[in-house]
Design a protein around this ligand. Structure first.
Ligand SMILES: Cc1cc2nc3c(=O)[nH]c(=O)nc-3n(C[C@H](O)[C@H](O)[C@H](O)COP(=O)(O)OP(=O)(O)OC[C@H]3O[C@@H](n4cnc5c(N)ncnc54)[C@H](O)[C@@H]3O)c2cc1C
Length: 378
């Protein structure tokens, strides 16, 4: 019987980062990814935004955590971070949950740099629909480069990575270790950390453990070639049923996403009367017909140059958040230690930079003074 000190479920950014964190203290760490590659799911198919608070004028805590994690992420993953574009946030006149003045006040409160945009930048927007435009400090990450960096880091940390290896079930062993059923056999682990994101509940549900309440959305982001006038710009219109157009570095394109048209449906795990649906089965069975024409038509009302976007395809993914994020669009982390089983810990970050908060929680739970012993020692 193989014995591991820790087994991490999922080879997304979270699984990789936490596996490296664990391997700084534990000699035998195994990471199981059921897909054929690392970071091939949500850690690839996302908007690539390194958040710096601007997205969360209605959630001070999320904005403050973004502000704290932004410089750390930008510094630690510098080769994967793109800052060579201008970032504009515009506030819509109608249907926005904040006014321009409220947006500025919220950002000043959390110390996020914000200036009125230059006249040439403001001209890109229809003043009848946009109240004001701001220039902010926000970056994009290149998930391909992030994957390269993390694959190298876990290799150096001595983590054993197994691709095409699904974790199916977990169960108790005498002495507190965890029995782990893999698609191709069984191993024992001192602890298991579940980083399955959309599939957070899959292993627990198959093992008879409690289902974590989650909201899932089937999402589409259009990949577009933008017109020259907006090529070096990222745009977000706040704060309601509007859109974002962000650089997507791995493809040299932009993503166009729209609060109304990006979600193609949603469902819940674990709420009263909702039960549990396997996210990947819902994802595989869903019809994926692009809503790009709706997205671009609406976005071009606010920013006419976007009517020249050329459609190059879509990124489809399941986006998973905690149900309470619905009211204020916040991104609290989920950390469920000993989730129905001693030493079976379940985590979910909600956005890339929250990984620091999750790693700190895990370290605290394990009685470690810091989540970054290897880096501090260096
Ligand atoms: C449309 C969209 C836009 C987003 N935009 C942003 C953004 O701009 N900025 C930001 O910071 N965040 C954004 N996010 C959120 C961000 O993508 C996620 O927080 C992050 O990628 C989660 O990383 P992860 O490792 O938890 O998940 P994933 O990258 O999905 O990794 C989970 C892995 O676990 C594997 N797995 C699942 N179950 C098992 C099992 N039983 N056995 C083995 N392997 C398993 C899966 O195959 C997968 O590879 C966005 C997400 C979406 C969907």
């Amino acid at each position: 019987m193989e014995r591991w000190d820790a087994l991490v479920i999922g080879g997304g950014f979270y699984g990789l980062y936490l596996a490296e964190t664990l391997a700084a203290r534990l000699p035998r760490v195994l990471l199981c990814e059921r897909g054929p590659e690392l970071m091939g799911r949500a850690s690839y198919a996302n908007q690539a935004r390194v958040h710096n608070g601007y997205h969360y004028p209605r959630s001070v805590l999320t904005a403050v955590r973004s502000r704290a994690n932004f410089p750390r992420f930008a510094d630690e993953f510098r080769p994967a971070v793109r800052s060579d574009f201008d970032k504009l946030y515009a506030v819509a006149r109608r249907d926005s949950k904040v006014t321009a003045a409220q947006f500025v006040a919220a950002m000043r409160r959390v110390g996020a740099p914000i200036d009125r945009a230059e006249p040439a930048e403001r001209k890109l927007f229809d003043p009848a629909l946009i109240e004001d435009v701001f220039r902010v400090t926000e970056f994009a990450f290149d998930s391909s480069e992030l994957k390269r960096l993390m694959a190298e880091r876990v290799r150096r940390a001595g983590v054993t990575v197994r691709l095409n290896t699904a974790v199916e079930r977990v169960g108790p062993l005498p002495g507190g270790a965890v029995r782990v059923r893999l698609a191709d056999g069984e191993v024992h682990a001192g602890m298991v950390v579940g980083c399955g994101y959309a599939n957070t509940n899959a292993v627990g549900a198959a093992s008879g453990l409690p289902v974590v309440p989650l909201k899932h959305e089937l999402t589409e982001m259009a990949l577009v070639e933008v017109p020259a006038a907006v090529r070096d710009i990222g745009v977000t219109v706040m704060d309601g049923p509007f859109f974002s157009c962000m650089p997507f570095p791995p493809r040299g394109l932009h993503t166009l996403s729209h609060v109304r048209y990006t979600p193609h449906g949603h469902w819940y795990d674990g709420l009263p009367g909702e039960g549990y649906l396997p996210a990947d089965e819902v994802f595989a069975a869903a019809e994926k017909r692009t809503a790009f024409p709706h997205m671009v038509r609406d976005a071009a009302r606010y920013m006419p140059a976007l009517s020249g976007c050329e459609y190059r395809g879509s990124l489809w993914e399941v986006k998973t958040v905690l149900p309470r994020s619905e009211s204020d669009d916040s991104r609290p982390i989920l950390f469920r230690p000993d989730h129905g089983l001693p030493n079976y810990h379940v985590v979910l970050g909600g956005k890339i930079d929250n990984v620091y908060d999750v790693a700190d929680e895990l370290a605290r739970h394990l009685g470690w003074t810091t989540s970054t012993p290897a880096r501090e020692a260096a």
